[in-house]
Design a protein around this ligand. Structure first.
Ligand SMILES: [Zn+2]
Length: 465
């Protein structure tokens, strides 16, 4: 046997063993279909799902007798595929499951109007209006008549008073998406703004910048009344804190925002913590870990992270999470809040993990996410914010792709570093950008800046986990 063939044979055998190993790996994948190249192939971002004649289709919560087939599956649907991995990004599907409610294509959502709609005065009386809200463009059809519930402004004889302000109001809408990405809203209802308490931290917790009395290092203090109950280490490089603060301020609600939002004090803090994570407290304190900053490639990605966290605040997600997700979670959260005081009383000294801290003090949603509906809303509004500020929104799905690769073999619970949640998010973002802005060309929009590169330079090497 010539000597050269030995390594070749070994490599071939190793390759065979590896492919056998992969072939036997069962797997499942949950996400939105981002492409359907042909009747037997689906894509969820980088992953390709192959359908076979034997693949079973299963509808959850569908009417009896309703069957699902591959021709029913379309881009934008949320599915779960179970089968075998036959390559790094290739899944041979044994079964595809999807929820029946996706076939009822009506969109129904509730969001707070962050700005005064430009055509507010025309919203009544059948006059066409375009209402930018919830990261969507809402268009009425000829029969849409807005309804009003406990609002401070009430129309008289079909007309809104000239001085009427709608910014801050709750908006509920129901409608169907058109090919141009806008939503024809058949029902539009205005309601009251969130109460002031929606922007207060539970337990009266306050977050303030401070200095450690012993070492003099910069810290973030969590105070209950005047007592410091916990501290986190702020990243000690001034340029990094300043840059994140300035970018955050640029993306926060401006002069045109609802009064309630204008009065909020958004503060941005870079925390020394290797975990890829960020969090927002109801009062506008936004925390970004060095681990997340270090994992980002450019300013557009950071703008997405900050805008997502800002949207949790402006949309009062913590308050909605507590008040709207009845009955399962309320009991749990009330119990959590009761435990808050006890947990805080036992937490003295430095907190080494943002995630552990928020879980311990009873605010797990701040780092684990508020559930798909509110997380999707924060993502939609963050995409809108990227577009409004001249960034390329495709960097949002690119960020998910980076995190999917990073956490491919690990399952973490926190929202920015969980593998399943990044597949769902990344595919949602890909689909949403296509749906929401089908005619837009983002190739000339901002991706990176000199300021971001200078900040990364000032940061030096950082650990991300
Ligand atoms: Zn979130």
């Amino acid at each position: 046997m010539p000597r050269k063939t030995v390594p070749a044979l070994v490599i071939a055998l190793l390759g065979l063993a590896l492919s056998l190993c992969l072939a036997e790996q069962r797997g499942n994948l949950r996400g939105y279909i981002t492409a359907k190249p042909d009747e037997r192939t689906l894509k969820i971002m980088a992953d390709v799902i192959y359908l076979e004649p034997s693949t079973k289709f299963d509808i959850q919560d569908g009417p009896p007798g309703k069957r699902l087939a591959s021709h029913n599956l379309a881009v934008g649907m949320l599915i779960e595929a179970n089968g075998m991995w036959v390559g790094k990004h290739q899944l041979l599907a044994k079964k595809i499951t999807c929820d029946w409610d996706q076939f009822d294509r009506e969109i129904s959502e509730s969001a707070y109007l962050e700005q005064e709609p430009v055509q507010a005065a025309k919203i009544l009386g059948g006059v066409p209006f375009n209402l930018k809200a919830d990261g969507e463009m809402l268009i009425p059809d000829e029969n849409t008549t807005p309804t009003w519930q406990q609002t401070t402004v009430q129309p008289t004889a079909g007309k809104l008073p000239a001085e009427a302000k709608l910014a801050g109001s709750r908006l509920r809408y129901r409608g169907v998406r058109r090919p141009d990405g806008s939503i024809v809203a058949r029902e539009v209802e205005f309601g009251p703004p969130p109460p002031e308490e929606a922007f207060q931290n539970p337990g009266g917790l306050r977050v303030v910048r401070g200095k450690d009395p012993q070492t003099g290092i910069d810290i973030l203090e969590f105070r209950e009344k005047e007592e410091v109950v916990a501290k986190m280490k702020l990243f000690p490089v001034k340029e990094v804190q300043e840059y994140v603060g300035q970018l955050g301020a640029k993306l926060s609600p401006g002069a045109e925002a609802a009064p309630l939002l204008r009065s909020l004090e958004f503060r941005f803090y870079v925390i020394e913590d290797a975990e890829v994570n960020a969090a927002a407290l109801p009062d506008g304190a936004i925390l970004v870990n060095t681990g997340l900053l270090g994992a980002l490639e450019n300013e557009a990605q950071l703008a997405f992270v900050l805008s997502h966290e800002i949207s949790h605040v402006t949309q009062a997600h913590y308050w909605r999470f507590v008040h709207e997700t009845r009955p399962q979670r309320v009991g749990l959260l009330v119990a959590d809040l009761a435990a808050l005081a006890v947990a805080i009383a036992t937490k003295r000294g430095y907190i080494f993990s943002l995630a552990n801290f928020f879980v311990t003090i009873g605010l797990p949603a701040v780092v684990n996410g508020y559930g798909r509906r509110l997380e999707s809303q924060a993502d939609r509004l963050a995409l809108q914010s990227l577009v409004d500020h001249g960034y390329d929104p495709r960097q949002a799905s690119r960020l998910s792709a980076i995190l999917i690769e990073r956490y491919a073999s690990r399952s973490m619970s926190v929202i920015w570093s969980s593998h399943p949640s990044n597949v769902i998010r990344g595919s949602f973002l890909t689909v949403q950008i296509e749906r929401q802005y089908p005619q837009d060309d983002f190739s000339q929009k901002t991706v990176d800046t000199e300021a971001f590169r200078a900040m990364r330079q000032a940061m030096g090497p950082v650990k991300s986990m």
